[in-house]
Design a protein around this ligand. Sequence first.
Ligand SMILES: O=C(O)C(=O)Cc1ccccc1
Length: 351
Amino acid sequence: MPPAPEFDAGVEPSAKRARLEPAAPALQLAYLGPEGTYGEQAARRFAHRLGVDVALVPCKSIASIYAHPAPFLCMPLENTLQGTVLETVDCLLSPLATKPRTPAAYRRPLAIADTVLRIDHQLVARRGVTLEQVEWVRSHEQALGQSRAFLDAYLPAARRVPWPSTAGAVASLFDAPNEPGAALCSSAAYEKDRWRLELLYSGTQAVKDNFTRFILLTRLPDVPVVPQPHGYGFTSLFACADPRALVSSHAQRSNIVVATHQRPAPANTAPEPFPRWVLAEVYERDPEQQDIGGTLWLGTFEMENPRAADAVNASQPQAPSPFAPSPFHSPFQSPYQSPAQTPTASHFYRI
Ligand SMILES: O=C(O)C(=O)Cc1ccccc1
């Protein structure tokens, strides 16, 4: 009797089996959601520039972006008409407080890039609602402020209701189906829901050339600064508790302070009528080439309270980085800053 054929279970011998590597999970990039915000547009640009597989994660507020454990965070920093985005600067300065507000398990984020978006607001309401009927307008406080003159002229009696985001304000219109309200949002947010929206006015901001600058932060170690497509601006952000410190610590390095963002410090941190913390934007000159370098990263924080500096600088978990190591991200080190000029580690740190 011939031997029984070997039982073929339909499985290839293991040596021949195709080796399917598990796909690396996409790196998360947290932004101000929901879909349709200006923040989402900025986040998409950053994702493209990073050149790695990135999953966008919408967050409910700017504060919740900063608290998110995602390796990348996208936040609005400043606007042509409204200036500083207060919630963002509050987050960036929060490590100056004695108790860091970010959970200790998350690596404190560092800025690695910026992008500038043109901002053009649309006033929208649910289908059938007219401008004359609008009793309230919801939007991010930036959009309400940028549209102040329009609202004064066209909707003087309407209540202005700050909302965590522009696209969130649009979504809220459908939760209040019987109320004659409106929202200020991007064209993208309008386009997404246009079948159920009325476009009441296009371009409500006070000037046509209205821009918002967003920054990209990372919690990963050793991420190289992301090349700027425009090729200029080696901009660092430095925070300090006393604006005078900017002059003494930067003058001799021929750095130029080009902008400052100021917020009140907790009143008990300084015996002054105007206790304040300052985030300063600084061009770092390359002393060799006599020109200005190419990338944004947040600079060094000068600390009044060394205990706070220690808390912030406390060792943080190192997530594996998919990027080549960069010399630019070691603490207290800038390519154009000699260690001899760097004040003690307990008083300075980079954000
Ligand atoms: O709410 C949004 O869409 C944001 O991204 C914040 C914002 C609001 C208005 C102008 C720029 C950014």
